[in-house]
Design a protein around this ligand. Structure first.
Ligand SMILES: NC(=O)c1ccc[n+]([C@@H]2O[C@H](COP(=O)([O-])OP(=O)(O)OC[C@H]3O[C@@H](n4cnc5c(N)ncnc54)[C@H](OP(=O)(O)O)[C@@H]3O)[C@@H](O)[C@H]2O)c1
Length: 329
């Protein structure tokens, strides 16, 4: 059936300014790492994207290698872009990335100008787009000079293939250096995409401060620790879960290790009247330096549940102390 976006789509969602830029991003964005490849059901992927947009999610995050197989999340997104989203292109912030292995040989990964420019050209074709809104360098490259990688990002913006650029998985000191180079070239770094959740707090050791100082936005990935910070694994490992799927990046060992903490956090969430997923997202949104929380979802019900997090992003001292004491266990 032909898609027509819901007229009330901007009524519930809240938007936050991304660093010191002109862009505002939804407090919750949707990522296409899992559940959007050729191994997944296209009808569910499409439903998820359309429902997300109807709920005010204007930002969709991709990467060259998302699938599996790599490239197929962009291909599927391109199909939906062409058939459903075309009239709404100007209402959307679409991002992609390059950095991980994408094709064989010396030019298919890391951070050379050769790789970044050709990878984005491929991504644009797959997604049936003339430009992306944000293009990221996906991970730091210890061998390519930072100046070359940043010059490639600057070139891409000047060519009109991306409106803004971002970096992902860069540690605090390298982020500060990258930001300085980019500023000098007249292409400020819009955004950083780090992992951040109650179970993974490395950004609190310097990165968040650097982002605030340098006026860079922050979109946090894997906020639910890939599903651990939800009720998904409380009683068993469901057959359709990321742990059970062969293509997932989450192990059963990790579930077993974290389960005692998950159960305790679930109790705190219940006392707040939230699902554990909602509390995990709200816990990130309580920090104003976080521009957007980048969730994944395998069903519309999960996505809708996650959006409920925005109803209560305040934590009192008792709740924060209780959470900290669980996380220290
Ligand atoms: N820059 C990078 O290096 C990088 C790396 C990783 C991810 N990312 C980005 O971040 C996005 C999100 O990552 P992620 O998928 O790991 O995020 P996540 O939000 O931590 O985990 C998503 C998974 O949690 C489960 N889930 C979500 N909502 C739920 C709910 N309400 N109740 C129960 N279970 C729920 C689902 O698992 P099931 O599938 O088992 O149902 C879902 O697939 C990616 O799509 C990508 O855009 C970026």
């Amino acid at each position: 059936m032909e898609y027509s976006a819901h007229p009330s789509r901007y009524q519930q969602m809240k938007y936050r300014r991304c660093g010191k830029s002109g862009i505002r991003l939804p407090e919750i964005s949707l990522g296409l790492w899992h559940n959007f490849g050729h191994v997944d059901r296209f009808d569910i992927s499409r439903k998820l994207l359309l429902r997300a947009f109807d709920l005010g999610i204007t930002h969709f995050d991709l990467a060259n290698n998302y699938g599996p197989p790599p490239g197929t999340a962009e291909e599927n997104f391109g199909r939906i872009m062409q058939n459903d989203f075309r009239p709404y292109r100007d209402e959307m912030i679409i991002s992609t990335k390059a950095g991980y292995l994408m094709w064989p040989g010396p030019y298919g990964e890391w951070g050379s100008k050769k790789y970044l420019v050709s990878s984005l050209d491929q991504s644009l074709k797959r997604m049936k787009l003339d430009y992306v809104d944000i293009f990221y360098h996906h991970r730091p490259d210890p061998e390519t000079p930072l100046e070359e990688t940043m010059a490639a990002l600057d070139l891409i913006v000047k060519q009109g293939k991306a409106l803004y650029i971002g970096i992902s998985n860069y540690p605090a000191d390298l982020t500060h250096r990258a930001a300085a180079i980019l500023k000098q070239m007249g292409t400020p770094c819009l955004i950083h995409q780090p992992s951040y959740s109650m179970f993974n707090r490395w950004v609190e050791e310097g990165l968040l401060e650097v982002l605030e100082e340098d006026g860079i936005g922050c979109i946090t990935f894997s906020p639910l620790a890939q599903g651990l910070l939800t009720d998904r694994y409380l009683n068993s490992i469901p057959a359709d879960s990321r742990v059970a799927k062969q293509t997932g990046f989450l192990s059963e060992d990790r579930v077993i290790l974290m389960l005692p903490q998950i159960k305790l956090l679930n109790e705190i969430a219940a006392q707040r009247g939230q699902s554990l997923a909602q509390m995990a997202i709200a816990w990130l949104l309580k920090d104003k330096r976080v521009t957007s929380v980048l969730v994944g979802a395998s069903s519309v019900a999960q996505l809708e549940n996650n959006l409920g997090a925005m109803d209560n992003t305040r934590f009192n001292e008792t709740e924060l102390t209780a959470i900290e004491s669980v996380l220290k266990k």
